[in-house]
Design a binder for this molecule. Structure first.
Ligand code: CP
Ligand code: NVA
Length: 308
């Protein structure tokens, strides 16, 4: 079953094919209204369940719109409103949903939930973010980078801040797409060692540089994310802010990176916390292209899952 669970368990050739397909689909619908159907309707007749156990704006809307543009139908389900949140097992939920829908996207807390759903579903399952990874985001990020700067292979990406779920998917992508990744952030918040070791084994140059101004030298892309993720307890907020403040992305840091470096953030951003508004709205920022590309990248992911 072609589930889309993580970047590191998807073959590099398949990831590349999805990128090419996403670009082609994006180009093919240039100038169309958002609600107009694509010329091709590969999801015609398909029903897709979109399950959210955490809040979402981009993932929810981009999957929903993407399914519709490709001729399918989707339903958005809140985890708390489902029996899933009231004791029905993940395995039984997977078996039941597989009788009604042709594909499932889930945003959840524990990775184990995603993996159990995939194990027992007889339809493809897509990871729409867990506490550990966010692969759909990185597909959109690479698409965005390559639109602006060409092939990402051999380029230098700098992650500034918390080594969280989005960072983990970047580490995995470094291995699969062949780019270099430098992490600058507090030692206590570095990405998981297992992800780093695997990416290095796949040939990626993963570095840890404590001084952010040194870390960004020669960067092609600087990336930031929230300092407190949805799964982080609010009680850790103050400590995290104190730990992460030195890694805030501001104009001086982007200047140290060089004028050709792009800036990305998966959003939602906390303006003037992890990144200044001047950077978010400045000439190096491609954050809204990045948000748009969630739509195009995920359409390609869904087609790959369904083989259509
Ligand atoms: N970047 C991202 O996944 O955004 P949402 O939480 O709004 O879906
Ligand atoms: N790291 C963030 C990403 C949100 C899209 C979180 O998990 O809350």
């Amino acid at each position: 079953m072609p589930h889309f669970l993580d970047i590191d368990v998807t073959a590099p050739g398949d990831l590349r094919a999805m990128m090419d397909n996403a670009l082609a689909m994006k180009a093919a619908r240039a100038g169309q209204l958002k609600g107009e159907p694509d010329a091709e309707q590969p999801l015609a007749g398909h029903m897709v369940a979109l399950i959210f156990e955490k809040p979402s704006t981009r993932t929810r809307v981009s999957f929903d719109v993407g399914v519709r543009q490709m001729g399918g139908q989707s339903m958005v389900l809140s985890g708390t409103d489902m029996q899933l949140g009231h004791g029905e097992t993940i395995a039984d939920t997977a078996r039941v949903l597989s009788r009604y829908v042709d594909m499932i996207m889930i945003r959840t807390f524990e990775e184990a939930t995603l993996l159990e759903l995939a194990e027992y579903a007889s339809v493809p399952v897509i990871n729409g973010l867990t506490n550990r990874t966010h692969p759909c985001q990185i597909m959109a990020d690479i698409l965005t980078f390559e639109e602006h700067r060409g092939p990402i292979k051999g380029k230098k990406v700098v992650w500034a801040g918390d080594g969280n779920n989005v960072c983990a998917s970047f580490v995995q992508a470094a291995g699969q797409f062949g780019f270099d990744l430098t992490f600058t952030g507090p030692e206590a918040l570095e990405p998981e060692a297992g992800y780093v070791a695997a990416a290095r084994e796949a040939g990626a140059d993963i570095r840890f540089v404590s001084d952010p101004h040194v870390a960004v030298e020669g960067a092609d892309l600087v990336v930031a994310d929230t300092w407190v993720s949805m799964h982080d307890p609010q009680s850790t907020r103050e400590r995290r802010h104190n730990q992460l403040r030195p890694y805030k992305v501001d104009d001086a840091l982007m200047e140290a990176a060089g004028k050709d470096a792009l800036f990305m953030h998966c959003l939602p951003a906390h303006r003037d916390e992890e990144v200044t508004s001047s950077v978010m709205d400045g000439p190096q920022s491609v954050i809204f292209d990045e948000a748009e590309n969630r739509l195009h990248a995920q359409k390609a992911v869904m087609r790959w899952c369904l083989g259509v």
